[in-house]
Design a protein around this ligand. Structure first.
Ligand SMILES: CC(C)(COP(=O)(O)OP(=O)(O)OC[C@H]1O[C@@H](n2cnc3c(N)ncnc32)[C@H](O)[C@@H]1OP(=O)(O)O)[C@@H](O)C(=O)NCCC(=O)NCCS
Length: 275
């Protein structure tokens, strides 16, 4: 049983993180891990066999909120309290008023025991999208759209995610905005997760704009996934109409002070790991 300290991992530990993820039938997700390493604190615990026994990532957004992700424990060490120990370490070392995460069915009981409360459900719709492309009302974001993107994101998410938002142009394969004069009414992106095109974030002032962004961003012929907050039946209807099907549902959870955001305008997260 691993009994060493929880330590802060560096990018050199990425291959070990990926071996651990594969042990839990998660993909290697190289692009995602690298982005998470660049914006968050990755913690891990070593097993006696020299392999990582578990990980957790805390990505703090200023003093308000941190997103917890990649809670993984190697199968050979599960159900011995390691998941709880890693979570407590991340919680003790994150100095934000609130924490948020997206829980799988395996993680939810653990998080509930630690005091997290469910605040929403998110269903992953996956498949190869069919049907017409582009409404054309959105355009690729330019460098001078970034302040407007960050302002809208902060208002809707409820914390200043400056570091993550600054990274979006390189993390995302495409990043679009819908312009309204000098302002924007929404932004949306796609990024590549192994063979999958992930559609997210989609954050906008209204559902019409969100639907426009998604229609413009859905790639033809590619395996695509959209993690849709269940508060948005119009998006679910669009995903179904375009041939995507529900794959799994996760629970959005919070801890600490209620997060002062507006989930009605958060249509899909950047990634479940980041909110
Ligand atoms: C979710 C996950 C991280 C939990 O890790 P873990 O180390 O098994 O977690 P813990 O041991 O702290 O708790 C798990 C269970 O073991 C129980 N447990 C803890 N110590 C125990 C012990 N010494 N003896 C027996 N049971 C014990 C806990 O009470 C808990 O039970 P419950 O879930 O029925 O309430 C792990 O299952 C995992 O990596 N799953 C795949 C990836 C995943 O889904 N991660 C969550 C992403 S949101």
């Amino acid at each position: 049983m691993p009994d060493g300290p929880v330590r802060l991992l560096g990018i050199d530990d990425l291959p070990a993180c990926q071996r651990l993820a594969e042990d839990r039938d998660w993909g290697r997700e190289d692009h995602k891990w690298r982005f998470l390493f660049s914006v968050g604190d990755v913690y891990g615990i070593d097993g006696p066999d020299g392999e990582l026994a578990g990980t957790v990532i805390s990505t703090p957004y200023g003093k308000d909120v941190a997103a917890i992700s990649m809670v993984l424990v190697a199968r050979r060490y599960e159900r011995r309290g390691l998941g709880a120990r890693l979570m407590r370490h991340a919680m003790d070392n994150t100095r934000t008023a609130s924490l948020c995460l997206t829980a799988t069915e395996y993680g939810r009981p653990l998080y509930e025991r630690l005091g997290f409360r469910p605040v929403g459900l998110c269903t992953a719709y996956a498949g190869v999208a069919t049907g017409p492309r582009r409404r054309g009302a959105s355009v690729p974001a330019r460098a001078n759209d970034m302040p407007a993107i960050q302002k809208l994101d902060t208002e809707v998410f409820g914390a200043d995610r400056a570091q993550v938002i600054r990274g979006l142009p390189s993390f995302c394969e495409s990043l679009h905005v819908v312009r309204d004069g000098p302002d924007i009414t929404g932004f949306g992106g796609t990024w590549q997760n192994e063979d999958w095109t992930m559609v997210g974030p989609v954050i906008s002032q209204n559902t019409e704009t969100a639907l426009t962004l998604i229609t413009d961003l859905l790639p033809p012929n590619n395996q695509t996934r959209l993690d849709i907050d269940n508060r948005h039946p119009e998006l679910i209807a669009l995903a179904e109409k375009r041939g995507l099907r529900p794959a799994f549902t996760t629970t959005v959870m919070e801890y600490g002070a209620p997060i002062n955001g507006d989930p009605t305008r958060l249509y899909t997260p950047i990634a479940q790991a980041l909110g």
